[in-house]
Design a protein around this ligand. Structure first.
Ligand code: GLA
Length: 361
């Protein structure tokens, strides 16, 4: 038996920027998907956590499976298109990543399966080529036009670091997380699936607005200029606000990296607050539960907090003083439960290395 693992991710900042060649700052978290497999003619997988199993040809062809099997089949097909020989595998999958929390369980599944399929076929694959195959598999499997952030975070993760990724050039570097800060994730309990969410619509609205920039990247213009250009092109208020979010968010990513490197807590607080407000007001992907959780986290002592991931539900990320982190999380969760009747799932997480083959656990 061989073991493969791929982590989920939480994004510190840089939301809805990946699919327009922007900047993102995610970290791979200490929760993810593990596979225990041996070579086989087909791809057959079972799981205790996920409903149903997977049984497809080694190249992913055949009747499209349902549920999580769709991602497995689509990834095998994408790797086949890249020239992977059709070597199969049989085994089981376990997950300690809550689904629907916005922690990229589908990207972790794709990266675990892809790492295993490449290794079992002795097929060399660069981490970012695997990430891009996962991004395409997502579209093939469920028709959602995601960016590359989630898959890239799962393969590029570095212990103790966030990953600054330029989604245009795919250049990346690891940014050390200050050791005196802990990363907390609190799930609102509003389950989110990209499929069926407004994700594709947001992307289309943004692209309408970006067309008004006359071929310039949203990273080349300042916010006032972008808004003026979009208004002048008559694209409508919604598209103007989508563009404003992306232009300002890219700048916040750069400023957040600087603030992390300087250990500047007030700046981190302001940047994450501004990022949250922009996602709420300009990109309109927050929900009242996420707004409430962010407010409560700050009130109960978090250094900084904002919604994380695609939105429409899911989780918030909070930076908390490492000393006393548990208390901040517990107090925030209790206050949220008192207000909403929902006990939020909470994680105090650390940044880990990206997907790969592991020793026997
Ligand atoms: C989802 C997508 C990512 C990214 C985020 C928003 O997680 O999979 O590609 O667009 O939403 O930042």
């Amino acid at each position: 038996m061989r073991h493969f693992a791929a982590p989920g991710r939480v994004n510190l900042i840089g939301e809805h920027t990946d699919y327009s060649g922007g900047l993102v700052l995610p970290l791979a978290i200490d929760r993810g998907i593990r596979l225990r497999v041996e070579p086989s003619d087909r791809i057959t997988l079972t799981s205790e956590q996920f409903d149903g199993g997977v049984d497809v040809a080694a190249d992913g062809s055949g009747d499209a499976p349902e549920g999580w099997g769709r991602y497995v089949a689509a990834l095998a097909q994408e790797l086949g298109d890249l020239g992977r020989p059709p070597a199969g595998m049989a085994g089981s999958l376990t997950s300690d990543l809550p689904a629907g929390a916005g922690l990229s369980s589908s990207a972790a599944l794709e990266m675990a399966v892809g790492t295993a399929l490449a290794a079992l076929a002795d097929f060399p694959l660069e981490p970012l080529a695997l990430a891009a195959a996962g991004q395409r598999a997502e579209r093939r499997a469920v028709g959602v036009p995601v960016g590359i952030m989630d898959q890239a975070a799962s393969v590029l993760g570095v212990a103790g670091h966030a990953i600054l990724l330029d989604c245009a050039s795919l250049a990346h570097r690891a940014v050390p997380l200050p050791p005196d800060l802990a990363v907390a994730v609190l799930h609102s309990g509003v389950s989110r699936e990209l499929e069926g969410s407004g994700y594709g619509r947001r992307r289309a609205e943004l692209e309408q607005g970006l067309a008004a920039l006359g071929g310039r990247s949203p990273r080349e213009v300042d916010p006032d200029e972008a808004v003026a250009a979009a208004r002048a092109a008559g694209v409508g208020d919604v598209a103007v606000r989508r563009v404003r979010h992306v232009v300002t968010e890219n700048r916040r990513v750069e400023a957040t990296v600087a603030a992390l490197e300087a250990g500047d807590r007030p700046a981190l607080r302001r940047l994450l607050e501004e990022g949250h407000a922009s996602l709420r007001d300009d990109y309109e992907v927050s929900v009242p539960e996420l707004d409430l959780l962010v407010g409560l986290a700050l009130e109960h002592g978090a250094v900084a907090a904002r919604m994380t991931g695609g939105g429409f539900g899911g989780a918030i990320v909070a930076l908390v003083d490492a000393e006393g982190a548990e208390q901040v999380v517990t107090a925030t969760a209790a206050a949220y439960a008192a207000r909403t009747g929902t006990d939020p799932l909470t994680l105090l997480t650390t940044a880990v290395d990206g997907a790969g083959e592991r020793e026997e656990p």
